[in-house]
Design a protein around this ligand. Structure first.
Ligand code: ADP
Ligand code: 5GP
Length: 203
């Protein structure tokens, strides 16, 4: 008998380190943590792999998917389209796994609306100065809009109180540890565990 999987929505201002944190969590043997791979029209950054980090598609194909209702949610972020497909969620959850989702604030609101039992985690940088340095350090082809990303970060940070958990990514390993602790604790949440206990003990 298996418990139902749990969605963990992870949101952070661009450059905070959310991809790095998620990568570290997925590397650990946590007994079933999956990742919802989004679709995007943005170009891959160095080292990004199609189907692993994102499904990189062109705007025309993205628009076809919108028309075919293949997205649970989608949003325009920095002039590019990003979306969570129905299949990325159903595939992840049907196997009883915990599912990490990396989405922006718009996406997190929509996922919470459609999956009210999901938990949301907001990751903050230690300061705006450090965020700026991290954005500049990341070797990307979107260096051009560092200023835009910083401006957006200030707005996004104001919304961190809407989330169930707030993590500060100062020391990477500490941030990873805190998110792991949330995932593990949530497995013992009575709403999640009780249906299984009922079946075993006939209560
Ligand atoms: P995001 O996915 O939130 O946009 P990334 O994971 O790409 O951010 O991280 C942005 C940059 O910051 C990368 O160069 C990454 O190596 C670096 N970084 C991430 N976390 C930390 C940390 N705790 N301390 C120092 N540098 C970090
Ligand atoms: P990046 O280009 O840095 O990978 O991502 C830019 C922003 O898009 C981040 O805030 C990230 O969380 C968000 N994002 C990535 N995938 C999705 C998605 O499927 N839906 C939504 N709404 N946002 C996404």
């Amino acid at each position: 008998m298996k418990e139902k999987g749990q969605i963990f929505i992870i949101t952070a201002p661009s450059g905070t380190g959310k991809t790095t944190i998620i990568k570290n969590i997925l590397k650990k043997d946590m007994g079933g943590v999956g990742y919802s791979v989004s679709h995007t029209t943005r170009k891959p950054r160095e080292g990004e792999v199609n189907g692993l980090h994102y499904y990189f598609i062109d705007r025309e194909d993205f628009e076809k998917m919108i028309e075919a209702h293949e997205f649970v949610e989608w949003a325009v972020v920095y002039d590019q389209l990003y979306g969570t497909s129905v299949s990325s969620i159903s595939r992840g959850l049907s196997s009883g796994k915990d599912l990490l989702m990396d989405v922006d604030i718009q996406g997190s609101q929509e996922i919470k609306r459609q999956f009210p039992e999901s938990l949301s985690i907001f990751i903050l940088p230690p300061s705006l100065d450090i965020l700026k340095k991290r954005l500049q350090k990341r070797s990307t082809n979107d260096k051009m809009n560092t200023g835009l990303r910083l401006k957006k970060a200030v707005e996004e940070i104001q919304r961190c109180h809407d989330y169930d958990f707030i993590i500060v990514n100062d020391d990477l390993q500490q941030a990873v540890k805190e998110i792991e602790a949330i995932i593990v604790a949530q497995r013992a949440n009575k709403n999640r565990r009780f249906p299984l206990i009922q079946k075993i003990f006939h209560i």
